[in-house]
Design a protein around this ligand. Structure first.
Ligand code: UD1
Length: 427
């Protein structure tokens, strides 16, 4: 049975919620447990999400013992690991490709069906594969799967054509057990990569330069078990800040890292919203304005592509015309046609969306096409008059822990209702 989210909007949200742990940090850190040769990795602040379950199932399938309860996860990796990943799990989630580097480094071979994931472009993994090949792996594509082999990976100088988050993570994990030094140039600088590097260093890895465009890794023979805390989820926190902004509410998000949200906070300030930024919290204050602003998505510290749909929903209610250019993913505009059902005025020209702000949105039946597109519809629904019904809510649950409870805690009217898979608006 599928689920739909029913929201009644047009009321200011008010209250305090705590940010969840970052999904996009927890996933690679979980994959890094495969590098252990008979050891235990303990993670805290792990969000309870579908993607985390998928990664847990994947690790279990490879032979690891994964226990998870109330944000605490314990992964025991045995000496004997399987190196062939199950297609059904890998196709569920693109981040499954993160096991490739660790498996190759630890087991000297890996088979990975080409991964699936959100419907936001072709999303190849060529940069991961090129980097691993540079480290001496032999890579073949057969029957839709990547087959990789290497006796022991060798340190190399790798330049990434684009600072891909996943490629940086995969190569970083492979490099910690490689022979000699690896230098990753044009590496991604996302905070989630620093969190992964911190976990690897605690496991005995030798890494410098994480958080910059050049990461140096000196390979070691073996790693040991450790514990690691997952950083706060900057995208989840940002989504609730935007919920405060679009409803003209008074929302405080605590347990977060405002430093990781500079790109969003700067844009909100430029738009005239009133915010109070603390050491580990952000509060939206009523009484500000929301004027049009323009932005382009870029790798960190630029404006995150994972917030593009949500800020677009907010800018649909801004005074004036905003322009958003999507520079990280092709075709990440599937939310546009759904937002238009609610009265948003958006024109698409290639990788650019031109948004003419309107005074009111009206609730409608809409469909979540992917995780962040779904989050944008939630924001529009919270601001719109009447009821909004969001089908395929499962997409949203991939990234937002206890979303309905959090919205209710802020005074929002939200509930999930079981529905038929084929119900809802058609494209
Ligand atoms: C990660 C995040 C995702 C976020 C994205 C960009 C996780 C689990 N997911 O995804 O939420 O939207 O970063 O911030 O952390 N590319 C290639 N070849 C490659 C790899 C990437 O062409 O081998 C392209 C992609 O198609 C895309 C761009 O590079 O256009 C960015 O992708 P990447 O940074 O790799 O994103 P992910 O790691 O998949």
């Amino acid at each position: 049975m599928s689920q739909k989210l029913v929201l009644r909007g047009n009321r200011p949200l008010k209250g305090t919620i705590r940010a969840q742990g970052a999904k996009n940090a927890a996933l690679p850190v979980m994959a890094s447990a495969l590098l252990l040769n008979g050891g235990t990795l303990e993670l805290s602040r792990v969000p309870d999400l579908h993607d985390i379950q998928t990664m847990s199932d994947l690790l279990r399938n490879l032979g690891a013992d994964v226990r998870f309860s109330q944000g605490q996860m314990r992964i025991l990796t045995p000496e004997e690991l399987d190196w062939a990943t199950p297609p059904a799990l890998v196709r569920k989630m693109r981040a499954s490709s993160l096991v490739l580097g660790p498996l190759l480094a630890r087991c000297h071979r890996a088979v990975l069906p080409l991964p699936g994931g959100c419907a936001i472009g072709s999303r190849p993994i060529d940069l991961h594969l090129k980097g691993l090949a540079k480290m001496g792996a032999e890579i073949r594509l057969e029957h839709g799967s990547v087959h990789a082999e290497a006796k022991r990976l060798k340190g190399a100088r790798i330049y990434l054509d684009f600072p891909s988050v996943g490629a940086t993570e995969n190569l970083l994990m492979a490099a910690v057990l490689a022979e000699g030094e690896t230098v990753i140039e044009n590496a991604a600088r996302e905070p989630e990569i620093s969190n992964l590097a911190e976990a690897l260093v605690r496991m005995g890895g030798q890494i410098e330069g994480q958080g910059t465009g050049t990461i140096r890794v000196r390979g070691v023979e073996t790693l040991h078990g450790t514990d690691i805390q997952i950083i706060p989820d900057r995208i989840e926190a940002s989504t609730y800040i935007l919920a405060g902004v679009v409803t003209g509410g008074d929302v405080t998000v605590t347990g977060m890292e405002p430093e990781h949200l500079e790109a969003l906070l700067a844009k909100l300030e430029e738009a005239g919203t009133r915010l109070s930024v603390g050491k580990d919290s952000v509060r939206t204050l009523p009484g500000g304005t929301l004027s049009a602003v323009s932005l382009k998505t870029l790798p960190y510290p630029g404006f995150p592509t994972d917030l593009q749909p949500q800020i677009m929903a907010a800018l649909c209610l801004a005074k004036g015309t905003s322009v958003i250019q999507e520079r990280v993913f092709e075709s990440r505009f599937l939310h546009v046609s759904e937002l238009k059902r609610m009265g948003c005025q958006i024109e698409l020209q290639g990788d650019t969306a031109i948004i003419t702000g309107v005074e009111h949105l009206t609730g409608a039946e809409v469909r979540a096409t992917d995780l962040r597109a779904g989050a944008a519809l939630v924001l529009a629904g919270l601001a719109a008059s009447g009821y909004t019904c969001i089908y395929q809510m499962g997409h949203i649950l991939r990234g937002y822990e206890m979303m309905v409870e959090k919205l209710q805690c802020l005074g929002g009217e939200a509930e999930t209702v079981p529905c038929d898979e084929n119900e809802g608006p058609k494209f």
